[in-house]
Design a protein around this ligand. Sequence first.
Ligand code: SAM
Length: 176
Amino acid sequence: PVVVLRLGHRPGRDERMTTHVGLTARALGADRLVLEDAAAGRKETVTDITDRFGGPFEVEVTDRPLGRLRSWDGAIAHLTMYGQPVQDREDEIRTAHRDEPLLVVVGAEKVPFEVYERADFNVGVTNQPHSEIAALAVFLDRLFEGRELDRTWEDAEKRVVPKAAGKRVVDLDDEA
Ligand code: SAM
């Protein structure tokens, strides 16, 4: 599995960012999101989308986010603008992920130095400052080599029918 650990959350300022880290993790193929206590209020929004549009996708809240990192039994990829180019390390990350769970760490503001030390891979999606949401999206797409775009969703109540123009959403109970 692929687990996204969102480190840091400034109440007020980071609400939508943290929600969007979760929605992006879910939409692009991760299995689980771990939030710290300060972000607990964001859990329901992401869970609500999963209930309506399908999963599986889990959201967990922890009071010890660094503890999760320390006790992680698997590979750790930390997304940071200071890291090595994702395109240079993606093969190794994919290989590691074949054999063991992968923890993907994204920050909100400055991430403790311990994260850089614990990570097996510190990778940058470019070495330019941008956003954890954008970095996560590109990273997951590289990891899954685009296959996440074609996945099927389980236990969805609703499904969007792709259209060249306009909007169509079907209720899956009606469709059955
Ligand atoms: N200056 C901050 C620092 O010391 O890390 C950057 C904070 S940035 C607003 C929030 C998060 O976005 C970072 O923790 C990192 O996970 C992610 N991020 C931003 N730019 C990135 C990049 N070029 N590549 C990978 N991740 C990036």
